[in-house]
Design a protein around this ligand. Structure first.
Ligand code: AMP
Length: 404
């Protein structure tokens, strides 16, 4: 699935509808508290503007549920983009209709406009064709740089592409497809996946898909205990998905006939409660005492996981190994982040699916030491499930060139 990218296009004199992810956190006074998503969009915006093209950027912010919610306006993002670009960014108070048409109509080559929150219109999430047509009518070409929204078939991620001759990937999108796509399509082996996080339920399809793709499948985090229960181990008060015990048994059986070797923690850090001052103990996985919760992997597990990953040439990681938000239970997750950094230094391709594992890598200060940290939690999970993302499928295919 090769896609045309912005590098294949000369934007001179053309208006590009650019779907970005400016879903940035705002404080109660509408100040942006983390502008990394805006910073990340700059290379694509600059490429279009430097070509002599015009950028009409659009995004969602929060969940306004189809209504105009002043606190979820993208105006602060327009101001920050202006500061970062060092050139004026015009803001349209609506993403379609006369307001948008008026501002876009006055654009000259090299101009940049940001449209108001797409989700102020319920038609965006409903992928309404008429809304998509109105949005598309503002521009000549479509660029998608919002990988994190590509798993949703919304008007701005999929519907609009019907009205453009060319729908192309921006640099961020290209990078996501290159690393996530290549890791799964042509992995250098050994290929290891590490899955963690709270629940099995959100990751069943990932496990099922990856067990036929990877050589080693390491499981950590809260979902371990439903597997433990399935194996007949005591789990104390650890996280349990009662209704997934049979499924966990099935997975353990199915893995036996798959490519992957399944690795569970050897020991766990337990405590009676989740708190920064909790008293902790390390016990074997099959010896969790009554009244205690398994909240992180223990030192023997860290060693076991490192040994299981030794020599890996591709590693994909999604989900923390414990309740890493709380200091007594963060060591396992940070240790895995360091293992990936070490493997990267030895030439392995290491990819982190967004969300919590990405923020753990950031907290550990290892962002730059890994091959790729995905910006899209949900989208990267769907990728790992082996699904086609509607926002990616909708992009124009390239013959020979582009990214897969
Ligand atoms: P997910 O969104 O499924 O990737 O889950 C992420 C959450 O899992 C984080 O907020 C962690 O605190 C939580 N988590 C990880 N390990 C455990 C555990 N052993 N018990 C309870 N929660 C956990």
């Amino acid at each position: 699935m090769n896609k045309v990218t912005v590098d294949d296009i000369n934007f001179q004199g053309r208006k590009a509808l650019l779907r970005v992810d400016f879903n940035v956190p705002l404080d109660s006074e509408q100040n942006i508290t983390d502008d990394r998503r805006i910073v990340a969009s700059l290379p694509t915006i600059k490429k279009i503007l430097d070509d002599g093209g015009m950028v009409i950027a659009c995004s969602h912010l929060g969940r306004p549920k189809g209504k105009h919610v002043a606190e979820m306006s993208l105006r602060p993002a327009a101001i920050r983009l202006w500061e970062l670009l060092g050139k004026e960014v015009h803001f349209a108070e609506d993403c379609i209709g006369p307001e948008a048409a008026n501002i876009v109509g006055k654009m000259k080559d090299g101009d940049c406009v940001l449209l108001e929150n797409l989700r102020f219109h319920p038609e965006e999430e409903k992928n309404d064709p008429e809304f998509a047509r109105k949005l598309a009518s503002l521009a000549d070409i479509y660029v998608n740089d919002a990988f994190g929204s590509a798993h949703r078939a919304h008007a701005s991620t999929q519907g609009v592409t019907r009205y453009f001759d060319q729908s192309v990937a921006g640099y961020l999108m290209e990078k996501e497809l290159r690393y996530l796509g290549q890791a799964l399509a042509e992995p250098k082996r050994p290929f290891v996946a590490i899955l963690g996080g709270a629940k099995i339920s959100g990751k069943i399809d990932v496990i099922t898909n990856l067990m036929n793709e990877v050589d080693v499948l390491i499981i950590g985090g809260g979902m371990v205990f439903t597997f433990s229960k399935a194996m007949g181990y005591p789990i104390g008060d650890s996280l349990l998905e009662e209704d997934k015990i049979d499924l966990a048994k099935e997975i353990i059986e199915n893995v036996k006939g798959s490519r992957a070797k399944l690795v569970f923690p050897a020991d766990v850090v337990v405590a009676a409660e989740i708190s920064d001052t909790a008293e902790t103990k390390v016990v074997d996985l099959d010896k969790i005492p009554d009244g205690m919760k398994g909240l992180d992997i223990g030192p023997a597990s860290i060693k076991l996981f490192a040994d299981s990953m030794a020599g890996a040439r591709t590693v994909v990681w999604n989900g923390p190994m414990g309740v890493f938000e709380s200091k007594p239970f963060a060591a396992g997750t940070f240790a895995v982040a360091r293992m990936l950094a070490d493997l990267t230094a030895k030439g392995a391709v290491t990819v982190v699916g967004g969300g919590d594992s990405a923020s753990a890598v950031s907290k550990a200060g290892l962002d730059e030491k890994l091959t790729h940290i995905s910006t899209g939690g949900g989208a990267s999970l769907e990728f790992l499930e082996g699904r086609q993302l509607p926002g990616v499928v909708a992009l124009t295919n390239a013959a020979g060139a582009g990214v897969s």
